[in-house]
Design a protein around this ligand. Structure first.
Ligand code: FAD
Length: 633
């Protein structure tokens, strides 16, 4: 057969996980096939057209640091950019972009179509080819067979997908797309633990029917934040504002009155929904004392009038949706273009996965994205890139890789999933990371790009930029450390203006930069410090200047805290590096309670560190495990 049917890696699904997985495997040199139900929906945002936010923006920057697509597409599709938590510490600052969904999708598709080693093919996968305990390929709905040594499954909300609007429901992968039922059936026959989750989306509104008068306008930040380390503002399309309105007591009355026809409150939906992104009926029910909830009016794009009312996701019957929308300030005459709905779908217990995202039961089969119990584009993309990397590593007979919890939010995400599992859609927050001072958006490249280069993910353009940046940070740190400012070099007024206080005695410029009130810009205004020559060149790269400056400030101001976290990591490292043999029989470990044994059996942790994070495993149990290992050695 002339049509190519043998690949190194096959990725099933062209959503956020699938596209990053396919691009990563192909970048690493593996011949990769991306099979998806529809090429038109590659990179589609199923819900709100926005990328990033707290915790999620961190993931996007990490994906970017590894050469991934999401940040670059957000720069090309973003129509309103903000830095959230801008006034707080750098660990919790996060970039968020409202995206034009058409431009975002086009950017992703262009990257996929132009990626060497990557073949796209539109077909629904109906079955996996499994021989013994390994996957060998897939079979599509029309019976075409493709073979590969590794398969990455990223089919989102499509497995057994069921859409609910009020008490009416029907099968679907998301509105307008068919579910993936044949594959769901095949997967259910495999030894994975399967559950049901649900998520939802609000009705969309024709923006021309909204009365914006009196609503709070929310423009993007100036200067406009940029997502990718390689991104520039000139890539951004036209920027527009969002607006804010809110629900009111009348809205809540309408919702309460409609709850007897809600699939959530009548038990029709069995799947558990995202606690942190609840439907409006859920919010009204759970926070009964609140008389109002905020709604962000977010444009869906530059070439459409549709808007996304963020905050009123609902699966109430359409007549209730209509009334509740019309009760909201500014929406009195709103025309709904699409009803809101909830979707229930199959997900797999992520405790059946290794840190590489390979399944424990079927060799060469990797799972990534929403099917692992997460919610969100960013969480999906983060798993996608990791699964793509590891599928490729396996094919190339190289050792699996997953970042540690102190290296990346991707590490936190995967470790949380495989160690704790999840009973509700998991989303990322900065509070999930114990070393969040180290895992900042601003240093994702310093944490990961070198590794990405070693893995074969980072191209020459990114690598050259990164190396130059790293070198300039080191040079400038040294220059500031060497620069001594004497009181006679600066007037008292200058000192108060630029440094916040008089300078009674000589000081190193770097020591001054450590003060919270001293910025690099202010310091560089002192003639005895000045800017380095490269920054003054007319052709100096604006990205480099901004990124180097930011890094100098953050590193100087937070050194003490950062060093303390590093010490803590060193203390914990011993546990992270103590491996538990895959064959370890927990029955043989003396003194463990039956409950702890069961919990350890459920997860099969690969290190003592991971065992310590299994819920219910006590420090005493860890000591018993350590004693057991010592006895065995
Ligand atoms: P998806 O983006 O769903 O992509 C799956 C891909 O697999 C699709 O391209 C599909 O065509 C393809 N596919 C499926 N089956 C097959 C098959 N058998 N063969 C070949 N291809 C196949 N996230 C939030 O953070 N907040 C929200 O409020 C939110 N609300 C949501 C509301 C709805 C209605 C939906 C559907 C999702 C919502 N999400 C929300 C979740 C978000 O869309 C997902 O987390 C994200 O898209 C998951 O990415 P993924 O790559 O895992 O799957």
């Amino acid at each position: 057969m002339l049509f190519p049917s043998h690949f190194d890696v096959i990725v099933i699904g062209g959503g956020h996980a699938g596209t990053e997985a396919a691009l990563a495997a192909a970048r690493m040199g593996s011949r990769t096939l991306l099979l998806t139900q529809s090429i038109e929906t590659l990179g589609q945002m199923s819900c709100n057209p926005a990328i990033g936010g707290i915790g999620k923006g961190h993931l996007v920057k990490e994906i970017d640091a590894l050469g991934g697509a999401m940040a670059r597409a957000a720069d090309r599709g973003g129509i309103q950019f903000r830095t959230l938590n801008a006034s707080k510490g750098p660990a919790v600052r996060a970039t968020r972009a409202q995206a034009d969904r058409v431009l975002y999708k086009a950017a992703i598709r262009s990257m996929l179509e132009n990626q060497p080693n990557l073949t796209l093919f539109q077909q629904e996968v109906a079955d996996l080819v499994i021989e013994g305990d390994r996957v060998h390929g897939v079979i599509t709905q029309t019976g075409i067979e493709f073979r590969a040594r590794a398969v990455v499954l990223t089919v989102g909300t499509f497995l057994g997908g069921k859409i609910h609007v009020g008490l009416t429901n029907y099968q679907g992968g998301r509105a307008g797309d068919p579910p993936s039922n044949r594959l769901a059936e095949k997967l259910r026959a495999l030894p994975f633990r399967v559950g049901r989750l649900k998520t939802g989306t609000p009705p969309r509104i024709d923006g021309r029917t909204i009365n914006y008068e009196g609503l709070l306008e929310q423009p993007g930040d100036t200067p406009t934040p940029v997502f990718s380390y390689l991104g520039t503002r000139s890539e951004h399309p036209r920027q527009i504002a969002c607006h804010i309105t809110s629900t009111n007591e009348r809205t809540h009355e309408i919702i309460r009155a409609g709850c007897d026809r809600s699939p959530m409150f009548t038990g029709v939906i069995e799947g558990v929904g995202p606690r942190y992104c609840p439907s409006v009926e859920d919010k009204v029910h759970r926070f009964a004392d609140k008389t109002s909830h905020q709604i962000f009016i977010e444009p869906e794009g530059l070439t459409t009038h549709e808007i996304y009312p963020n905050g009123i996701s609902t699966s109430l019957p359409f007549d209730v949706q209509f009334d509740l929308v019309r009760s909201i300030r500014g929406f009195e005459n709103a025309h709904i273009t699409r009803p809101g709905y909830a979707i229930e779908y199959d997900y797999f217990d992520p405790r059946d996965l290794r840190a590489s995202l390979e399944t424990k039961f079927i060799g060469g089969l990797f799972f990534a994205g929403q099917i692992n119990g997460t919610t969100g584009y960013e969480e999906a993309a983060a798993q996608g890139i990791l699964a793509g990397i590891n599928a490729s590593l396996q094919v190339q007979e190289r050792e699996a890789w997953s970042p540690r919890r102190d290296e990346a939010y991707i590490g936190v995400l995967v470790d949380d999933l495989i160690t704790r599992g999840t009973s509700e859609p998991y989303r990322m927050f900065t509070s999930r990371a114990e070393y969040r001072l180290l895992l900042r958006e601003d240093n994702a490249d310093l944490r990961l790009t070198q590794k990405g280069r070693e893995l074969g993910l980072v191209d020459d353009e990114r690598w050259t930029f990164f190396e130059r940046k790293r070198e300039l940070i080191a040079q400038e740190t040294q220059r500031l450390d060497d620069a001594v400012i004497h009181p006679h070099q600066i007037t008292e007024a200058q000192a108060i203006d630029l440094l916040g206080a008089a300078l009674p005695r000589e000081a190193h410029a770097y020591a001054l930069l450590r003060r919270p009130e001293v910025s690099y810009g202010a310091l560089a205004q002192l003639p005895c410090v000045d800017r380095p020559e490269w920054m003054k060149l007319p052709e100096a790269d604006e990205r480099l200047i901004e990124q180097v400056t930011q890094q100098l400030e953050v590193q100087a101001k937070y050194t003490g805290y950062i060093d303390r976290q590093q010490d803590e990591i060193e203390r914990q490292r011993r546990h992270e590096e103590t491996h538990l043999p895959a064959s370890l029989d927990f029955e043989q470990v003396r003194g463990l309670s039956t409950e702890v044994r069961q919990r350890l059996r459920d997860v099969r942790p690969s290190t003592i560190g991971q065992a310590a994070r299994v819920p219910g495993v006590t420090p005493a149990a860890i000591s018993l495990l350590l004693v057991h290992l010592k006895r065995q050695s």
